[in-house]
Design a protein around this ligand. Sequence first.
Ligand code: AMP
Ligand code: TRP
Length: 329
Amino acid sequence: MERVISGIRPTGNLHLGNYFGAVKSFVKMQDEYDCMFFIADWHSLTTHPTPENIRKSVKTILSEYLACGIDPEKAPIYVQSDVKQVLELYLYLNMNAYLGELERVTSFKEKVRKQPDNVNAGLLTYPCLMAADILMHKADKVPVGKDQEQNMEMARLFARRFNRIYNVDYFKEPASFYFAHKAVKVPGLDGTGKMGKSEGNCLYLCDDEKTVTKKIMRAVTDQGPTQLNQEKPEVIQNLFTLCELICGKDAAEYYNDLYNNMQIRYGDMKKQMAADANALLAPIRERILAYSSDDALLDRIMRQGAEKAAARAEKTIEEVREIIGFRKV
Ligand code: AMP
Ligand code: TRP
C-alpha cells in the first residue's frame, strides 16, 4: 500500500482552510493508503512559541484532527518531537542543502519580511526538516495545500541529491497530493487572499453557531453586478469559491446563475452558507469538546502514534547511516 504522510504546525485552532485544504483529504485517504499524520511542533519553534502555547496547541490540533474523523487505528497520529530520529536525518539533509536555494524559498522570504527580528536558522532550513519528516517514512504521497508546493519541490530535490551524492537509489521522490485533483486555496472571509490564522479572516472549526453566522454574514461583498454575465471581482469570486466548498457545486451554480442574471442577493447566499457551515461544523464542534476533555485518551493516542512512527524512522536511520558510512549504533 502506498505511504502517505502529512504534518501540520500547531499554531492554534484549525480553520476551514486547513479543513478543505488538508484535513478533509486526510480523512478520505486513511481508508485508501498507509497513512500517518503528525503535529510539527519542532517546526513551530521557528516563531518562538512559549511552552504553554506548544502544549495547548498540540492538544488542540490532536482533538480537532480526531473530531474531523481521523482514526488513529487506521492512521497513527504522532507528535514530531516524540520521534527523535527525524533530527538525525535533518542533520544529514542540512549538509546537502545550499544557502542560495534555501534563501530563495518564498515562505522563507515571507517570514523575513514578517519577523525581521527573528530570522533564525530554523526558518532557513525549514524545508530540510520538512523533507526529513517525509523521507523518513519513504512517503509516496504528501497531501498538502498549494502553499506547500515549494517545500515539496525541495523535498524531492533533497531526495534526488542524496541519491546522487551517495550513488544509491534509496529515497523516492514524494508526490504532492491534492484533494479533488487540484490544490484548493480556501479564500478568507475578508474577500482577499487565503484563509489564514495570521490574516484574521478565518472560520474556525470550533467557532460556535452564532460566531459562524456572524462571520459569514459579515463577509466582504460589493454592490452587486451591474451588467449581465459580468466577470466577478476578486472579492466576489472568493465568496463563490467559499460557497462551493461549504454548500457544494449545485448551490454555487444556482447563485452563479443569479449573479449572471443580476438577480443575486448576497444576503440569501450568505444565509445558506451560514446554515450549511453550521450543519458541517456542529458535530465536529461537539466532538472537539469531548476529545479535548479526555487527556488520558489523547496521551495514549500520541504515545501509540509515536511508537509506530519511531519504528519506521529507526529503520530508515539505520539504512541512511550505513549509506553515509557511519557505524551501526
Ligand atoms: P497552516 O495552518 O497555515 O499551518 O496550514 C496547515 C495546512 O492547511 C497546510 O497543508 C496548508 O496548506 C493548509 N491550508 C491552510 N490554509 C489554507 C487555505 N486557505 N487554503 C488551502 N489550504 C490551506
Ligand atoms: N510545512 C507544513 C505546513 O506549514 C507542515 C509540515 C511540516 C509538513 N512537515 C511536513 C507537511 C511534512 C507535510 C509533510 O503546512
